[in-house]
Design a protein around this ligand. Structure first.
Ligand SMILES: Cc1cc2nc3c(=O)[nH]c(=O)nc-3n(C[C@H](O)[C@H](O)[C@H](O)COP(=O)(O)OP(=O)(O)OC[C@H]3O[C@@H](n4cnc5c(N)ncnc54)[C@H](O)[C@@H]3O)c2cc1C
Ligand code: FES
Length: 223
């Protein structure tokens, strides 16, 4: 884990989302599914973001502007600076034989980097509209489903599922694929185990998602 002040190198719209590129500096991109805390200038608290892509010399994050913190990150322009801390948490296990990436909505964010690390395996992505589905262009070999069809209807049997998406989607994937690896979310203030803001129940005990997760085996979380 390292802290760095880095420069924004680019910002592009991907449907309703923003793909923010920053200079990598000396930061290690980490393992797919790990995350970074991004702090926009003048904002009191950083926000957790999965690493989306690690092009040479850069890190890129796909951001859904749902509140003031994410709006501030999406408003950053090339040349602006931000503070960044990471990589944090536990990513996906990559020792899988027949990977299938499953993403829902902004849960597509960690999948481009994961796809590159696993040699571009098949993916199934679900979105609530055609506009949101523009993000599918970041993930190679992806089949896209749009609501009212849910992504769980398009998961073929016999794969090692690696998923990220909203909680109801992850709960449904866990029922279908008890061996799946799932990336969960919780509000996070520090990102490295100090504040207990991200405590969730795991195996009947309260544990910090930023330390034990965010990627967990499906059986670890009671749905
Ligand atoms: C490990 C991890 C990785 C993440 N990766 C990404 C990513 O790659 N791209 C991305 O766009 N977002 C990602 N998120 C979610 C993102 O961090 C939150 O959307 C962001 O912190 C919200 O901040 P805000 O100030 O914009 O909104 P706020 O004003 O703090 O919240 C707006 C609304 O969203 C709810 N909310 C806030 N945070 C969360 C959360 N974590 N889960 C569920 N509801 C929440 C609040 O209750 C509120 O209703 C990730 C979260 C985690 C924990
Ligand atoms: S975010 Fe502070 S302990 Fe997890």
């Amino acid at each position: 884990m390292q802290r760095a002040q880095v420069e924004v190198t680019g910002s592009e719209q991907v449907g309703p989302y923003t793909l923010l590129h920053v200079a990598r500096g000396g930061l290690d991109p980490g393992i797919p599914g790990q995350f970074f805390m991004l702090e926009a200038p003048g904002r009191p608290l950083p926000r957790p973001m999965s690493l989306c892509l690690a092009p040479p010399g850069e890190l890129a994050f796909l951001i859904d502007a749902i509140g003031s913190g994410t709006r501030a990150l999406c408003a950053l322009q090339p040349g602006d600076e931000l503070a960044i801390l990471g990589p944090l948490g536990n990513g996906y296990r990559l020792d899988v034989e027949r990977p299938l990436l499953v993403g829902g909505g902004i849960g597509v964010a960690p999948l481009p980097y994961l796809s590159e690390s696993l040699g571009r395996p098949p993916a199934v992505l679900g979105f609530r509209s055609e506009g949101h589905a523009e993000a599918a262009r970041l993930v190679p070999n992806a089949e896209v489903v749009i609501e009212p069809t849910y992504v769980t209807a398009a998961i073929p049997a016999g794969h090692d599922v690696l998923a990220c998406g909203p909680e109801p989607m992850l709960a449904a994937v866990a029922l279908l694929e008890p061996g799946a690896q799932l990336a969960w979310e919780a509000p996070m203030a520090c990102g490295y185990g100090a504040c207990y803001g991200c405590a969730v129940e795991l195996d009947g005990e309260l544990k910090r998602l930023c330390v034990e997760g965010p990627v967990l085996p499906a059986e670890a979380i009671a749905a």
